[in-house]
Structure formats: structure tokens, C-alpha cells
Design a binder for this molecule. Structure first.
Ligand code: ATP
Ligand code: MG
Length: 437
């Protein structure tokens, strides 16, 4: 892509409500455009990042044999009346009527709908376990939408649902998902800490929020630094290894406000290992047993032919929130650097251009063609402006690698630079192999 042709509408005046850096940056680099309070259009640059995140989430769900499907955004109120949540959900639910006057709603989540799908076809323990997921827009009429894509009304979420015969079996599904989440966030270049969360009336220890550290986060968190030393690669996807993994993680203190206990924290974690900061919730996993299957009559025959309410869990990841969260975690001193796995482009070529001399631009175009042939996703900054402005702009767009074609380049060697580090003079062959790495 040539930068001059890319649709990046930069906002000159930032709206006053853009208080945190991710929101400001997303507006400045034209990743999103607000359409009304808490509702955004995703413009090409932002959309590309979100799609890359979505794909990693999908691959890690598929890796644990979760099956992708797609449920609609608009749901009928009937199933929500069955579960009892139609009244309980309150004003966050956007309620609408169709032309026949039927009560519909824009789904804020999908427990009821998936239970309805499941009960209509699965009847026997022989078909269990199952994990189904979809990646779909959700709507919650948040009372105070803010922080751009972090807390908005319409947002993109991966939600998965597990179905098992017993609580013990459900725990295995839960552990698989726990592992899959840690791997997902690792691939996204983010450090997410699993934190025990409220389980409500169900009790037990099967509810975790995944939180990434950021001062602008909405949750106050307390954790043992050593949790970051746990190495995921030592676990396999066998039951015993995953159960060991959960034990290892639970050995380190981590809690949000809700569950925090000062005395316990001080007793179990030395002062220099204590993290006390804010965090952003990017995922939430939750076992809730027969909370929906029971009122909705989702029954399974067990081995003896007895009918049992299927045991369910739900597992969410805020795909669109993650775009903002990744910026919060990686934007420092006016430089944004995308993790390589989710950067909008792999590399940008920045030729020094002036009216009288198009040599550099021609060289840049050759490099561009070469890299495209290698399936490298490359941006060419063909805009006629001075280099210092260009560098400032690319500090914000955040593409992790730059090829600079200017005064320092030689006949067949060009400056190659990773953002936030020194450049080196390399041949195109060397640049290609570095990028391939
Ligand atoms: P929060 O406490 O932040 O409101 P929640 O407990 O309501 O989150 P869940 O219902 O567990 O969230 O949804 C799963 C994930 O969806 C969350 O972890 C978060 O990443 C994302 N999410 C939830 N609400 C929003 C929102 N209003 N805007 C963007 N993402 C959201
Ligand atoms: Mg919420």
C-alpha cells in the first residue's frame, strides 16, 4: 500500500473526552471514527489491527478444538424470559420491536441463544464435551461509554461456551480455555495476569479475569511479580499438565479490588515482588454450572439414562477492546510500537523525497515490489514532506520496522531500523531475511 492512497483521516482537534493515550492515538492516526456516543466506525488502519487480533484469538480457540460458528446479533426476548434474565439485565440491554410488535434485543452476550441451539440437537452424554464459540458484535448500553474502544456500546467479542456432563469434566474444559487464553495473550505480545474473580452463588474457584497492566485501566490490581516468570512452554495440553499449570498460577497472589486482602497479600508476597497498579480486563472466563441449562431445560441423558442439566461455562475476550489495550501497553514517550503479530503493516519504507530528485522514491518502489513478492505486508511512505515530519508520523502509526532510503543509503544498502532502536545499513537480501524472521 502507498501511504498517499491509504485512507487515514487524521483528526486535527482531539475531542475533549479523549482522555487516555490509546483513544487519542486511535483518533489521531485515523483508526476509528466515532459515529455516536460509544459507537465507532473502524477505518482501514484500525480494522486491520482488529482483524489480526481476531485471527490469533481464532487460531488459539481452534487449537483446543473449540468450534467456530456464528450467532446473530439480534435475539428474540423469548429465550431471555425463559432464563429469567430479560428483567434482570436492566438498562444495559438494547430492546427493540419488529414490525409485528415482537420484542427483540441486540445481544449483549449469548448464553441463552447458545443454550437454545444446543438443547435442540444434543441429547446424549456421548456427544460431550463440546466447546462452541463465535466472534460477533455485542451491544451494551453502557451508562458511561468512555476511553474510545475500551468501553463502548457496540463492541466485538469472542465468546465461547462449554458443555459437559459433570462439574469435574467442566473443570477440564475450563483449564483448556485458561491455557488457551494465556497463549493468546502471549501471541498478542501482551502480559495478561489471570485473577480469581467472583463466582457468585455457584462458588468454587472457576472464574478468572485476564488483566493487562496499564495505569489507565479501570480495575485496581494486586499481584506477585513472579507470576510473569511462569513459562507457558513447559505445559502440554494433557489434562494433568493443564491442572498442574492452574496450580502453579494459583500459587502466586493476584487479585482485583473485589477480592483483595491486604494482610494476605503482605504475608504471601515480599514488598519488592508486589505489584500494585491498575489494569484492563481483556478476558473473562466463568463456570456457572446449570444456571441457564436448568431454567431452559437443556437436558442430557447420562450413562444410566438419567436426565441431567448440562454443565456450562462461558469464556469472553474483548477483541475490539484489545486494540486499545495493546496501545495502552505499548505506547511510550510519544512512540507507539505495535507487537509484530498485530501491527497494521510489517514494515514501512520511508524514502527521502524532494521535487528535483525522485531517485530515492524509485529505489523505494523497487524494494516495495521485492517485499510484496515475499508476501511481506509493506507500506510505502510516498508522501512529499520532510523526513522529520515523516519520522514523527511513523512514531505514532507504530509499524515496528522501517527501511529508510535517504542520504545514508548506498547503491544496494539501506538503513533498516526497528522502532526504538538504532538503525543498521543492510542489503535488501539481509533485510528480507530479517523481516522473515
Ligand atoms: P467490564 O467489567 O469491563 O464491564 P464485563 O464483566 O461486563 O466487563 P464480560 O461480560 O465478561 O465483561 O465480557 C467479556 C469481555 O468483553 C470483557 O473482558 C471485555 O474485554 C469485553 N467488554 C465487556 N464490556 C465491554 C465494553 N463495554 N466495551 C468493550 N469491550 C467490552
Ligand atoms: Mg460490563
Amino acid at each position: 500500500m502507498y501511504l498517499s492512497q491509504l485512507f487515514i483521516p487524521v483528526t486535527k482537534d482531539l475531542p475533549a473526552e479523549a482522555k487516555i493515550k490509546s483513544h487519542q492515538l486511535m483518533l489521531r492516526t485515523g483508526m476509528i471514527k466515532q459515529s455516536s456516543a460509544g459507537i465507532y466506525s473502524w477505518l482501514p488502519l484500525g480494522f486491520k489491527v482488529m482483524k489480526k487480533i481476531e485471527q490469533i484469538v481464532r487460531e488459539e480457540q481452534n487449537a483446543i478444538d473449540a468450534q467456530e460458528m456464528l450467532m446473530p446479533t439480534i435475539q428474540s426476548s423469548e429465550i431471555w424470559k425463559e432464563s429469567g434474565r430479560y428483567d434482570d439485565y436492566g438498562e444495559e440491554m438494547l430492546r427493540i420491536k419488529d414490525r409485528q410488535g415482537r420484542e427483540m434485543l441486540y445481544g449483549p452476550t449469548n448464553e441463552e441463544l447458545i443454550t437454545d441451539v444446543f438443547r435442540s440437537s444434543i441429547k446424549s452424554y456421548k456427544s460431550l464435551p463440546q466447546i462452541l464459540y463465535h466472534i460477533q458484535w455485542k451491544f451494551r448500553d453502557e451508562i458511561r461509554p468512555r476511553f474510545g474502544v475500551m468501553r463502548c456500546k457496540e463492541f466485538y467479542m469472542k465468546d465461547a461456551y462449554s458443555f459437559d456432563l459433570t462439574e469435574n469434566e467442566a473443570k477440564k474444559s475450563y483449564n483448556k480455555m485458561f491455557f488457551s487464553y494465556l497463549k493468546t495473550f502471549e501471541r498478542l505480545g501482551l502480559k495478561a495476569i489471570p485473577m480469581a474473580a467472583d463466582t457468585g452463588p455457584i462458588g468454587g474457584d472457576l472464574s478468572h479475569e485476564f488483566i493487562i497492566l496499564a495505569e489507565t485501566g479501570e480495575s485496581q490490581i494486586y499481584a506477585d511479580k513472579r507470576i510473569f516468570q511462569l513459562d507457558l512452554s513447559k505445559y502440554e495440553s494433557t489434562e494433568s499438565s493443564l491442572s498442574q499449570m492452574r496450580k502453579d498460577f494459583s500459587n502466586f497472589y493476584s487479585a482485583t479490588d473485589e477480592k483483595f486482602d491486604e494482610t494476605k497479600f503482605n504475608e504471601s508476597v515480599e514488598k519488592n515482588n508486589q505489584i500494585r497498579t491498575k489494569g484492563i480486563e481483556v478476558g473473562h472466563i466463568f463456570y456457572f454450572g446449570d444456571k441457564y441449562s436448568k431454567p431452559m431445560n437443556c437436558l442430557i441423558d447420562d450413562k444410566s439414562g438419567k436426565k441431567i442439566s448440562v454443565k456450562m461455562g462461558s469464556y469472553g475476550i474483548g477483541v475490539s477492546r484489545l486494540v486499545g489495550a495493546a496501545i495502552e501497553a505499548n505506547y511510550n514517550n510519544d512512540v507507539m510500537q505495535w507487537p509484530k503479530s498485530i501491527s497494521p503493516f510489517d514494515v514501512v519504507i520511508i524514502p527521502s523525497i524532494n521535487k528535483n530528485n525522485k531517485d530515492n522514491l524509485q529505489k523505494a518502489e523497487k524494494i516495495y515490489q521485492e517485499l510484496k513478492k515475499q508476501n511481506i505486508d509493506v507500506l510505502l511512505d510516498d508522501v512529499d514532506e520532510n523526513m522529520s515530519n515523516k519520522f514523527k508520523k511513523h512514531d505514532l502509526i507504530g509499524i515496528p520496522f522501517q527501511i529508510i532510503v535517504g542520504s545514508k543509503s548506498e547503491e544496494n544498502k539501506f538503513e533498516f531500523k526497528e522502532l526504538n532502536s538504532k538503525s543498521e545499513l543492510l542489503s535488501l537480501e539481509n533485510i528480507k531475511s530479517k523481516l522473515k524472521e
